[in-house]
Design a binder for this molecule. Sequence first.
Ligand code: F6R
Length: 261
Amino acid sequence: MEVIILPTAAEASEIAARLVARQIREKPASVLGLATGGTPCKLYELLARMHHSNGLDFSRVTSFNLDEYVGIDPTHPASYHRFMDENFFSKVNIPREKIHIPDGLTKDVPAHCAAYEQAIRDAGGIDLQILGLGSDGHLGFNEPGSSLVSRTRIKTLTARTRSDNERFFTGGMEVPHHTITMGLGTIMESRICLLLAFGEGKARAVAASVEGPVTASVPGSLLQFHPRAKLLLDAEAASLLTRTEYYQWVYKNKPAWQIDL
Ligand code: F6R
């Protein structure tokens, strides 16, 4: 696990954007795993800017989103289809047929989830998975207690996650109880995991994920088992870590052969 702490979310998002851009330049046909929510918004904005100003080309990229709410239409303002269109897909050139997001309206959830897993395998697996972290430690919508080897399936959101996400639901609509999410086993097969966490509301989940025991009670802690997991944190999200000075020293003093951003 590589822990990188930057003073602000904007600076951490810059590093994340450089990493994603480097991945695409090195492998134009990269398969990206994508997250929604507040955390990656700046990253998507920076990538869109790199596309327009620096010619970053997404035309051979394939994408798989982590999750979608069950029972809401892709055109619903709070759906993750809509979020991705508005924040990213409408601003870059990933071909529509290479974009994958779970279908929250599917009539056959198990078959749809199995097909989603198959599509990831058919694409050659995920090269780089962008992740946010729930304030309860969830990854994707794998809530505390999720099986550490789970695959794409339906999950029930915790009350805490539903209340965290109320801000995206206006007009009196309730946050759905269920989502379709990639599993922890699915996420762990990604070649690189890039987790972003910003703000003091994430500090406990970050500390438990990085310095606590690996446990299904904190799904983020499973990244301790990932061979290439990078965490990009702002100072607030990192505020409850105990080895901060060490992480900062390591990052500032990386030998040239180890620098990958
Ligand atoms: C979203 C997802 C979630 C979020 C997490 C953090 O696709 O899978 O795990 O990354 O809930 O959400 P924000 O970024 O809104 O704090």
